[in-house]
Each structure stands twice: as C-alpha cells, then as structure tokens.
Design a protein around this ligand. Structure first.
Ligand code: PMP
Ligand code: GLU
Length: 397
C-alpha cells in the first residue's frame, strides 16, 4: 500500500521506541532498569482519581466543547495569572489530548509550506517531526554543552532568515534538564522582537524545578511577548497524569480559535473524564506536586553525585525536569565485550543488551555523543541502573 510522502518521512518517536524495547525485554522475564521514558513513576494522586470517578457518576460522559470545558479553561487561565501574573481569557485556552497534541495543533495552525521553525538542539524528539508533518521546515541550531545547551542571542540572530517564523523554546529542557534564567530569556526575547518572530514556549516541566533555580514563564520577560507567544503546558508531568492525555495552549485569541476549529474537525474534545480530573488537579491541594518534587530532588542529587565520579563523562547542571544528559563521547569508538560501538545509538543498544539498562541515544535529540537518562523511577532502580552503567563504562576497551 502506498503511504503518503509526508508520513513516509515521519520518524517514529525514539523515546517511545526505546521504552517499547525495554518493555519487550521485561515481558521476556529480564530485570530491565528503565531510564528511557520521561514519565513520572508515581501514581496519579488519589483526589484526582476520585474526581474522575465522580465525573463519571455525575454523567460527564458526553462530548464537551471541542476545545475543552469552560471550568477547566478558566482554571488554567487562573493558574497562569496566579503563578506568573499573566492575564489570559478562557477563550485563549485550548485543551487538547496531551501537550504533544497541543504542539501538533500549534504547528498545523501556524505554518504554511516552507515556514521555518527555529529549534535549538538538543531538542525533544517530537518537535522536528511535528513541524515537518505540518509542512514546516525545522531549522536546527546546535547549542554547546559549555553554555548549558542554551541558545544564545547571537546564535538566534544568525539563524533567522527570510522564512523564519517561529522560535521554539523548551525550558526546563527535555532532554538536557537545563533551564533558561530570566535574563537569558529576555536577551532572546529582544532578538524575537527585532525579527518579528512568534515563540512556542513549551513549559511542561515548569513545576519540576530544583532548589536554587527559578523558573520564569517566557511571556513575562519583556512587554509585548504575550501577543506573539503560544505557551504549551499540561498535567502529564506535574501531576503524574501521562495516561490521562490532557495538555493545553495559551495563545492569542485568533490562534486559539483556529486551533479550536482544527480540533473540532480532527479529534473533538479531549476525554471528558480526564478534563474533570485535570480540573481537580489544578484546583485541588498542591501538596502532591511538592511531594513528588521532593522525591525527584533526592534522585537528582544522587544521580549528580554518582555521575560526577565517572571518568570522562560530563553532565550539565540539572535545573529542572527529570533528565540527565550525559556526554559519553569519550566512550565511543570503543568495544564492549567484543561489540564495537561507534555512536550513541549503538552505545544505548549495547548497554541494553549487555546490562539491561534502557536509555535514549543523543542522536534522537539531535546531539550525537550524548545519552539521556530519565530518573523518573524509584531510588533502588536508579542505584541498580547506575551500578550497571558503571560496569558497562568500566568494560570499555
Ligand atoms: N513537551 C515535552 C518537552 C515533553 O517532554 C513531553 C512529554 N512527552 C511533551 C511535550 C508531551 O506531553 P504529553 O504527554 O502531555 O503529550
Ligand atoms: N516526553 C517523554 C519523553 O521524552 C515521553 C515520551 C514521549 O512523549 O515521547 O520520554
């Protein structure tokens, strides 16, 4: 059967693929330590599940408005007002089937063929593919580990061309775990304003920020940014709700209208029950977010200390999210139990095969020579997994 050109070019998600490989091995009875998928290991807090059960019993089992129920939109707008001082009207909110779907909506609504989206690398696996799917052109700009993998104003200025329309920023970052400071965002914002760019600000990890680091929402750093920014966020990471599939955008009203229309044709509303669960997440007690962050903080510190002891492996300061992005370039071009490893993909496959540890290769994030570890898993698993990686590194010849 002939598959469309557009889809023939679509890469399947590497994070999802590595997670599937790990699950296969687990099903075959292996004890795999799984650092592949970026998803909290915690169960969704009880009060949120109870709200979902109540929603079903109360009959919230029908279609809702395609772009989401008004109460949830209002709660999202209120949260941005309270947390960041940004004023949004509920009609500027579109609730989607997860933040990934929200990103798909944004690119579909904004891009015409040939329009460029500037994406700093390392980038999350889905950005470039979603841009291409919407007929846009990803313009990848490599950043340096020494700069914490953060795009500099000079790099942005140099990347802007006549077709550039959008800058994509993900902070805190998947896959690097680093985060832009307010000053760094402001310096990028100046270039954005000079060049009349739009910004897609993926802020899905904003609640997972470690002590000593301060998150700033992009539209707050300079006047005039809210009109040219789409903020992407959701409940997946902060509330351990990956399976519920609720994400959203906050955007200028005309873009929200366009995405609402798209959604009304493409998916209709996101799950009515999940929307009520998300409402309970936002409106209910926030202690659960803090408790999960406390656990992540402990894990992050443990990972940091262990990795610091590894010879010739470096990792940028982890400011947020739950990823360690390791520079393993010194370990490429070497053999592991007779298996020659030339690149990060081969390194991850050899690690999985020989030590049963699943990670994701840097090449999937546009950064060869690196590997991503998601430490959103229990402390014992983390200890075991890092022991195994250490053995793997020591076996390099
Ligand atoms: N953006 C980033 C940076 C992510 O890491 C993820 C995680 N999958 C998403 C968006 C999508 O989140 P969701 O699961 O809500 O679709
Ligand atoms: N965002 C997570 C990750 O990067 C989940 C997987 C995905 O959506 O690709 O691993």
């Amino acid at each position: 059967m002939k598959i469309s050109q557009r889809l023939q070019q679509l890469e399947p998600s590497a994070t999802m693929a590595m997670a599937a490989k790990a699950k296969e091995l687990k099903a075959a009875g292996e004890h795999v330590v799984d650092f592949s998928l970026g998803e909290p290991d915690f169960d969704t807090p009880r009060h949120i599940c109870q709200a979902a059960a109540r929603a079903m019993q109360e009959g919230h089992t029908h279609y809702t408005a395609a772009s989401g129920i008004p109460e949830l939109k209002a709660a999202i707008a209120k949260q941005y007002q309270q947390r960041h001082g940004l004023e949004y009207q509920p009609q500027q909110v579109v609730v989607s089937n997860g933040a990934k779907h929200a990103l798909h909506n944004v690119f579909t609504a904004l891009l015409d063929p040939g329009d460029e989206v500037i994406i700093p690398a390392p980038y999350w696996v889905s950005y470039a593919e979603l841009v291409k799917l919407a007929s846009g052109v990803p313009k990848i700009v490599a950043t340096e580990e020494a700069q914490g993998f953060k795009l500099t104003p000079g790099q942005l200025r140099a990347a802007v061309g006549p077709q550039s329309r959008v800058l994509l920023l993900c902070s805190p970052s998947n896959p690097t775990g680093t985060m832009y400071t307010a000053e760094e965002l402001a310096a990028l914002a100046d270039v954005v304003l000079e060049n009349d760019l739009l910004v897609v600000a993926d802020e899905i990890y904003e609640r997972l920020v470690y002590p000593g680091h301060q998150f700033r929402s992009f539209p707050t750093v300079r006047p005039g940014l809210q009109e040219r920014t789409v903020v992407v966020n959701g409940v997946s990471k902060a509330y351990a709700m990956t399976g519920w599939r609720i994400g959203w955008t906050l955007s200028p009203p005309e873009l929200a209208r366009a995405m609402g229309a798209l959604q009304s044709q493409e998916t209709s509303n996101p799950c009515s029950i999940s929307q009520h669960a998300a409402l309970a997440a936002l409106e209910g007690p926030q202690r659960c977010v803090e408790e999960m962050l406390e656990q992540f903080t402990r894990r992050r510190e443990y990972v940091r200390q262990r990795v610091a002891q590894w010879k010739e492996v470096s990792c940028p300061e982890m400011a947020g999210a739950f990823y360690a992005f390791l520079n393993i370039s010194a370990y490429l071009g070497r053999s592991y139990n007779g298996t020659r490893v030339e690149n990060s993909h081969q390194w991850c496959l050899a690690l999985l095969e020989q030590q049963k540890v699943a990670t994701v290769m840097g090449s999937a994030f546009g950064a060869e020579g690196y590997v991503r570890l998601s430490y959103a898993t229990g402390m014992q698993e983390i200890q075991e997994g890092l022991d195994r990686i250490e053995r793997f590194l020591q076996s390099a010849q």
